[in-house]
Design a protein around this ligand. Structure first.
Ligand code: F6P
Length: 364
């Protein structure tokens, strides 16, 4: 029997289980392949005792409907920066990548499929450069990978954010309030922009278009109409004022790989009050609701396509490459291309033109 090991890394995202299921189902058709999963990304390989589980038909039955990942994930550490506690109590990072590759050989693993976002793809690229037979599958609700038209999980997050806008509209109009919805997306405004259009927000603030607070106030004043109107603002967690800085949340987790964003909606309300905008305002931070629950049909299908393609890439020996969707095809691209540049909203692109065309204000 040959063995392919699957790992899910970085923040979870609806559709991960559908990828795992598709890999297992496609592998079963080849008969001589066994699929195993490493618990919590590559941690399962590096831990003692090893935490690796068999992924067979029974393990994956019906999981395409489930959110999260049945093999767990982490966005801390990784084989190149394993958190290590020094004698003085401080933490440092240790490179355990060689040890991990040796362990994979010992475990009889012929190929690895790593499902993850930009951080995970960079790790996969470095492992491939060390000789590991590894294939990448892109995932993130942020949709910020440029090699693929879409990542699975993104449309589900947009759906959840849109439903939040729909709900906020009814209460905003009952109370004549300005309601601000903060959504995820890191440095990309895709979730905010799509939810603002689909939900019908008046203002949308995204990282790609730094905003002028006075322009936001003007738009809100025109809608708020001295307490007789209402308005919805959708703000991406990575949005900034012109010449402003990111709003960073607290992060005291050892080995956490990213800057944690959060709180920009509160800052916006504070700043609007400071410049004299006199309205009832409330904030909703949607947070991890955007990553939880069942994937919508679109994401299940895309995830299934990615899973089948990933295993077929194993059969073809296309190591060092990542699955990607380029309409209408599912293709593969080298890791170097996959991690080359992020996918940001184009401020002069068609989606922004559409949003502006229906009167959404970006504070620019
Ligand atoms: O990258 C996905 C994402 O959900 C971002 O949108 C968000 O900034 C971040 O992960 C949150 O990470 P965590 O789950 O570690 O709080």
């Amino acid at each position: 029997m040959k063995r392919v090991l699957v790992a899910t890394g970085g923040g979870d995202c609806p559709g991960l289980n559908a990828v795992i299921r598709a890999i297992v189902k496609r592998a079963k058709r080849e008969r001589e392949w066994e699929v195993v999963g490493s618990i919590q990304s590559f941690d399962g390989i590096l831990r003692e005792p090893t935490e690796i589980i068999i992924l067979d038909d029974k393990a994956v039955a019906g999981i395409h409907v489930q959110g999260g990942t049945i093999i767990g994930t982490t966005n801390k550490g990784g084989p190149f920066a394993w958190p290590y506690k020094e004698k003085d109590g401080t933490w440092s990072a240790v490179d355990r990548s060689d040890e991990m590759i040796r362990k994979l050989q010992y475990l009889g693993v012929d190929a690895v499929i790593s499902i993850g976002g930009d951080g995970s793809q960079k790790i996969s690229q470095a492992l491939h450069q060390k000789g590991l037979n590894i294939i990448g599958v892109p995932k993130t609700i942020d949709n910020d990978l440029s090699a693929t038209d879409f990542t699975f999980g993104f449309q589900t997050a947009v759906q959840i954010a849109t439903e939040a806008v729909d709900k906020l509209v009814t209460t905003a109009s009952s109370h004549n309030r300005v309601l601000v919805l903060e959504v995820m997306g890191r440095n990309a405004g895709w979730i905010a922009l799509n939810a603002a259009i689909a939900g019908g927000a008046e203002v949308c603030l995204i990282p790609e278009i730094p905003y002028d607070i006075y322009k936001v106030m003007d738009k809100l004043n025109s809608r708020y109409n001295k307490g007789k109107g209402n308005a919805i603002v959708v703000i991406a967690e990575g949005a900034t004022q012109k010449d402003g800085n990111l709003t960073i949340g607290k992060n005291d987790e050892v080995g956490y790989e990213n800057i944690r964003l959060g709180g920009v909606s509160h800052k916006l309300v504070h700043d609007l009050k400071t410049i004299g905008f006199d309205a009832d305002m409330r904030v909703t931070v949607l947070g991890h609701l955007q990553r939880g629950g069942i994937p919508i049909a679109y994401d299940r299908i895309l995830a299934t396509q990615f899973g089948v393609k990933a295993f077929e890439m194993v059969l073809e020996g296309r190591y060092g490459e990542m699955v990607a969707y380029r309409h209408p095809k599912i293709i593969s691209v080298p890791f170097s291309e996959a991690v080359d540049k992020p996918n940001f909203v184009d401020p002069s692109g068609d989606l922004i033109k559409t949003a502006k065309g229906i009167g959404i204000n970006f504070g620019d």
